[in-house]
Design a protein around this ligand. Structure first.
Ligand code: GDP
Ligand code: IMO
Ligand code: MG
Length: 421
């Protein structure tokens, strides 16, 4: 039995989808346990290119069973579209994708409130994905949520009615448009009818799998520094993103987690507001253009920066990462020099990530080390030995600073563009 948790060590979009798809061939179960469809995980394999928001990215491996744990919040429309997309592509998810009845539903009012709260916060806005994530998790922990299991209860209509009356009052107060109860009830009733074949309590499935010594792959959404508690709050997301979340969000007891794979992008990106100490602001520069990416969920431009080793080191510590997967090393090709953050200073004194809050992190002075780059295209390399000496040194520098071995190196977005050491 193995339970491998895949964890982004930065601010999300590290390439978790690709890594999960790569590792899934060896797995029996692939599972999501946190976040919701704010996630956008890109997979490129023999079926095509996909941006996945809810279904575990390991579902392409036909031997796997996909699980969406109770810790995941679900926009049913997004889930239905995704299932259709996968079926159409020949991936076939029926009979091997199970959704926990404990998972909370993103309702239309959550999405509206997300937008209204962001607008009200003005310049201090978080820059959310506007998928209703903060409001749905707020409802979950304040006992106002709607779960799949509620649909079979006699109390369902009453509970939804109460919620809609409450939410409509807030929406009106914030200048939004009132939602119609009957319309929401009927739409969600249809979603439930269509998704019913996939909804199933996961407790027995997970317990049986553990007992039968099966292999589990847990796919985190977001990144370590978007975690509600340990991230750059209030520029964070509304769920726990460290491996312990799989315990509450899927029902995997913590002591069963055998491996924690930290996914680290060879540089840094961030979407939305909040501190990014190594940010590159010169949008006309060669390096900015090299690093720039488009967000998989919202289509926004990702902010970019140099690799921040203090961030990666902290992620390794908080999540107990056993091995790293370095992604997008190919993107660094063509730079003569590469800057790397090796620590922070505040008022002349060394500080660590945990010594400052989000606003303090925005003000730290970054200690940069300049390392030599390489000119060669490395996208065809499939062994560590094939990499230029400077690229090897870059990998070794990360291992030393993070105190974790780099076991895989990504040299392209496709599944097989991966070096295993
Ligand atoms: P996730 O949210 O962590 O799954 O990451 P995203 O899919 O949002 O963003 C990662 C982007 O990098 C996607 O466009 C991937 O296709 C791409 N990607 C992942 N690994 C590599 C790699 O090693 N090299 C290159 N060039 N692209 C990669
Ligand atoms: P994956 O799984 C990058 C960011 C948003 C915003 C903050 C809060 O693809 O790595 P939310 O909608 O969650 O309330 O927004 O979190 N964010 C992500 N950034 N990758 C993600 O997911 C993200 N999910 C949320 O941009 O700054
Ligand atoms: Mg993403």
């Amino acid at each position: 039995m193995t339970v491998t948790s895949v964890i982004g060590t930065q601010w999300g979009d590290e390439g978790k989808g690709k890594v999960v798809d790569y590792l899934a061939g060896q797995m029996d179960y692939v599972a999501r346990f946190n976040g919701g469809n704010n996630a956008g995980h890109t997979v490129m394999n023999e079926y095509g290119t996909f941006k996945i928001h809810l279904v575990p990215s390991g579902i392409f491996a036909q031997n796997t069973i996909g699980l969406i744990g109770g810790g995941v919040v679900i926009d049913p429309q997004v889930l239905l579209e995704e299932i259709d997309m996968l079926n159409k592509a020949g991936v076939g998810v029926e009979g091997r994708l199970w959704v926990s009845p404990r998972s909370h539903l993103i309702m239309p009012y959550h999405k509206i409130l997300d937008g209204l709260y962001e607008k009200a916060k003005g310049a201090g806005a978080t820059g959310t994905t506007l998928r209703g994530i903060g409001p749905v998790f707020a409802d979950k922990v304040s006992y106002n949520g709607i779960r799949w299991s509620d649909f079979s209860s006699e109390m369902f209509e009453t509970r939804l009615k109460v919620q809609m009356e409450l939410k409509n009052k807030i929406i009106v107060a914030l200048g939004g448009e009132v939602l119609n109860y009957e319309k929401v009830r009927d739409t969600y009733g249809e979603y439930y009818a269509r998704l019913r074949p996939y909804i199933r309590e996961l407790f027995g499935i997970v317990q049986d799998g553990l007992k039968a010594n099966k292999h589990f792959l847990l796919e985190q959404a977001m990144g370590t520094f978007l975690d509600t508690d340990w991230g750059t709050y209030p520029f964070a997301t509304a769920s726990t993103t460290i491996p312990s979340a799989a315990s509450a969000g899927l029902g995997i007891p913590p002591r069963y987690i055998t491996n924690v794979v930290g996914v680290t992008k060879a540089y840094t990106t961030r979407v939305g507001g909040g501190p990014l100490p190594t940010e590159i602001h010169d949008t006309a520069s060669e390096v900015y253009k090299k690093f720039s990416e488009t967000a998989a969920t919202t289509g926004r431009s990702r902010r970019v920066g140099w690799l921040d080793l203090e961030i990666v080191r902290t992620a390794v510590q908080i999540s107990g990462i056993t091995e790293l997967c370095l992604t997008k090393l190919d993107i660094l090709s063509g730079l003569d020099e590469i800057q790397v953050c090796v620590g922070y200073k505040s008022n002349g004194k060394s500080v660590r990530y945990m010594d400052v809050d989000a606003y303090g992190l925005d003000e730290v002075e970054v200690d940069y080390k300049t390392v030599k780059g390489w000119r060669e295209d490395i996208s065809k390399a499939r062994s560590f030995e094939e990499l230029p000496a400077q690229a090897k040194d870059y990998v070794k520098m990360i291992e030393e600073a993070a105190e974790a071995p780099v076991k895989w190196i990504g040299v392209g977005p496709e599944r097989d563009a991966t070096i295993r050491r």
